[in-house]
Design a binder for this molecule. Sequence first.
Ligand SMILES: *Cc1c(COP(=O)(O)O)cnc(C)c1O
Length: 240
Amino acid sequence: MTDHDAREARRTGLEANLASVRARIDSAVHAAGRGAGEVTLTVVTKFFPASDVRLLADLGVVDVGENRHQEAVDKAAVCEDLVLRWHYIGALQSNKAAAVASYADLVESVDRLKLVNGLGRGAEQRGRRLDCLLQVSLDPPEAGGQRAGVHPEDLAALAARVADHDHLALRGLMAVAPLGQEPDRSFASLVEIRERFLAEHPDATVLSAGMSGDLESAISHGATHVRIGRAVLGERPLIK
Ligand SMILES: *Cc1c(COP(=O)(O)O)cnc(C)c1O
């Protein structure tokens, strides 16, 4: 196969996968009695090359998600000519927060107070406000350990700090359903957390929830953004 043939084959595969993911989203939106266009697809391109991002942009994808800073900054630079909205969805170190704010259009994984200053500083240097989602932990209390996401009890304080910051814009919440738990159960608890949050921040209406395996459940629980990797790009390469 020539490079050109390989690229065409990849494009055809991505196009088919995108069509089937969009069909899944549409039927979940319909089943939930929600309006068409209420759910945005973010394609998670982590581990996949910038050439795939380019094909996706050509196929109409605007929102792309990355979860590692170095990979994201490199890809965003190579794809600078494309009209894309970069979502940072990964674990965030406080010493990298300002750097992430230099290319990300939306940071979905804000989960502790220590990140606020760095994100705000990076946004200020760029001369704009940075859209932020707060990542909420849905892990049951017995899970223990340090998983990503702010504990629901600490959400209000974090939300107040982000909302008060001149260079940050609080847009909503993000969550990942914990492995080994029914997604419906996890997302039902997210609905309650979100109701309390929206009472304080009625304009922060984004809810980023749902991945390749559980997008239907997330949409039935109010997700406005789904983050889809494998169902569009295929299984991630193991090494890297
Ligand atoms: C990788 C990742 C996704 C995409 O998961 P898939 O199962 O590949 O759809 C979504 N959200 C986050 C936070 C991720 O890290």
